[in-house]
Design a protein around this ligand. Structure first.
Ligand code: TNX
Length: 538
């Protein structure tokens, strides 16, 4: 009959990219009508408090759209303007909250603090076509969907760690990664600055204690020149180098502009071969390397061997050294947090017992507190509750969780970095050419790194005692930012959503679709990533 259906012979229907918002906002309401459209006449109208955030937004969109996008502090908004306004009521006192509205009546972001406004800007970026991330002008219909969002984070701490000790990365490389993580509202960058294979932060002799004869410049002149000797792609050795204090401050300031706090780590008392090899005075009989003038501590043999090195827990020189290093590091770190390591001091514990190790950690915690900072340490420090105080963190990575509830009761919050679902230096699968396998083997992809709840994975530790998730990127096998980003993305994005979005809103299948919509953005922004088959790429 006339009404009989015929087989469709036209083109395949095109898959429509989902709204690629990552992390998914707490609440999102679609609005009737058309979305917000940028035009050559568009302006960013901002309260003066948010001027710096407005400048960053305008700079980004000027590059990709070619429009002028002036930033102005007053003016009657038109339907093509973006308005950033300060409103103390947004988020009900919750830090980082924002509200966003985009429609044919205009776009607006309101927040109680600049960090909230910045977060709103990251969401707005994701509402435009992927070309918005391009560093050069492209043609596109710069229209968003019509919607309203009210959003705030689940956890205050959402981070990654980059290990520049095993293999160095330049200031510019670190800045690129800061840009990328900040666009997913991540707000912590933990830098692993010293380990057996290298020392990456300049320490000067200025302000040495009376009687201290250590030449601290040796730390970088000797151990800034060492790194892993093998382990990279086709056996590539690690990259050597170090940050001058000015370099480090440049990273910190760049991060701060993007609301990312830098957390510097000096790993103590183990993982210290680089310090021992550089500073003769540390090589006392009670250290792991009692050197004689004829036999100074050799640089690390360049393998990933761990657990053998340690500073002498009974030598005052050890603590003179630590006080000076942490004093200078604190002075160039505006953030509240110094990471003291504490992991894998196997040979020290074997020689002296756990009580000596705990006493060592307690003394270092006191040093950090006396400098006016809070301390973080890997979960081996969890027993040291006597010296812990509110504001401190314990970072869980592996092994027993038994000591964590007491550390939390002493006021320390737990940073969630369990190896099997947070370590982004692990291979995605057996074919990944770089990466390790000890913490996660088989498929270590976005689902594994997404489908768990930081609030419930440690028995006896409650949601309020969790600072948030951090994904560590160790560098035994990773060389430079391009390789690092291949390991970081998209797994760190899974962590970003886990740290930000309400648990009830999270769904692995939906996430895999939204991440897929992020791929083109990362490509446009020049960020490397692994195009995992677990995502649907649009
Ligand atoms: C364990 S995680 C270590 C690091 C290694 C990492 C490699 C931790 C606190 N210690 O020294 O780089 O495994 O995955």
């Amino acid at each position: 009959s006339l009404w009989e259906l015929e087989a469709w012979t036209g083109p395949e229907p095109k898959a429509v990219a989902p709204l690629g918002l990552v992390p998914i906002p707490a609440t999102l309401t679609s609005l009737e009508g058309d979305g917000f459209s940028l035009s050559p006449e568009s302006r960013v109208i901002t309260d003066s408090e948010f001027a710096a955030v407005a400048d960053q937004l305008a700079e980004r969109l000027r590059a990709s759209t070619g429009y002028d996008l002036p930033v102005v502090e007053s003016g009657e908004p038109t339907a093509s303007d973006i308005v950033l306004s300060s409103d103390p009521a947004v988020g009900d006192g919750e830090a980082e909250a924002y509200e966003l509205s985009a429609s044919d009546a205009g776009a607006s972001i309101s927040a109680a603090d600049p960090h909230g406004a910045f977060n709103g800007v990251q969401t707005l970026r994701q509402l435009f076509p992927a070309g918005a991330e391009s560093p050069t002008a492209v043609q596109a219909d710069w229209t968003t969907p019509a919607l309203e969002i009210e959003d705030s984070p689940r956890f205050g701490y959402r981070g990654i760690m980059v290990d520049v000790a095993r293999s160095f990365q330049t200031v510019d490389e670190i800045k690129r990664t800061i840009d990328a993580i900040a666009s997913f509202k991540m707000n912590r960058l933990h830098l692993h600055l010293a380990d057996d294979q290298g020392w990456r932060i300049q320490i000067t002799n200025e302000g040495r204690a009376a009687g201290d004869t250590i030449d601290y410049s040796l730390l970088t002149s000797v151990s800034g020149a060492t790194a892993m000797s093998q382990g990279g792609l086709a056996g590539a050795p690690g990259i050597t180098g170090f940050y001058t204090q000015a370099d480090y401050q440049e990273i910190v300031a760049y991060a701060q502009d993007r609301f990312v706090q830098v957390i510097p780590e000096i790993d103590l008392p183990g993982h210290t071969n680089a310090a021992l090899a550089a500073i003769p005075q540390l090589n006392t009989p009670g250290s792991s390397h009692p050197a004689t003038p004829a036999q100074p501590t050799a640089p690390h043999n360049g393998t990933g061997n761990v657990g053998y090195s340690y500073l002498d827990p009974d030598s005052e020189v050890t603590f003179t050294f630590i006080e000076h290093v942490l004093d200078q590091l604190s002075a160039i770190t505006p953030g509240d947090m110094i990471h003291i390591g504490g992991d894998e001091s196997h040979d020290m514990v074997a020689r002296y017992g756990a009580a000596k190790f705990d006493a060592f950690v307690a003394r270092v915690l006191d040093i950090v507190h006396d400098l006016g900072k809070n301390a973080n340490g890997w979960n081996e420090i969890a027993r040291t509750t006597s010296a812990m105080q509110p504001g401190d963190h314990v970072q869980y990575w592996a092994g027993s969780t038994a000591a964590l509830p007491a550390a939390a009761a002493a006021g320390a919050k737990i940073v969630a970095s369990r190896g099997s679902s947070s370590y982004i230096d692990m291979k995605y699968n057996s074919k990944t050419p770089i990466g390790l396998t000890w913490a996660c083997s088989g498929t270590c992809d976005i689902t594994q790194y997404y489908s768990w709840d930081p609030a419930t994975f440690i028995p006896g530790v409650t949601e309020g005692q969790i600072a948030g998730p951090e994904a560590p990127m160790w560098s035994e096998t990773i060389r430079g930012a391009d390789q690092a980003q291949f390991m970081i993305f998209p797994r760190a994005i899974a962590h970003a959503e886990m740290g930000w979005s309400p648990q009830a809103k999270r769904d692995a299948v939906d996430f895999a679709l939204r991440v897929g919509a992020i791929g083109a953005r990362l490509t446009a922004a020049g960020v490397n990533y692994y195009d995992t088959p677990q995502a649907t790429w649009f």
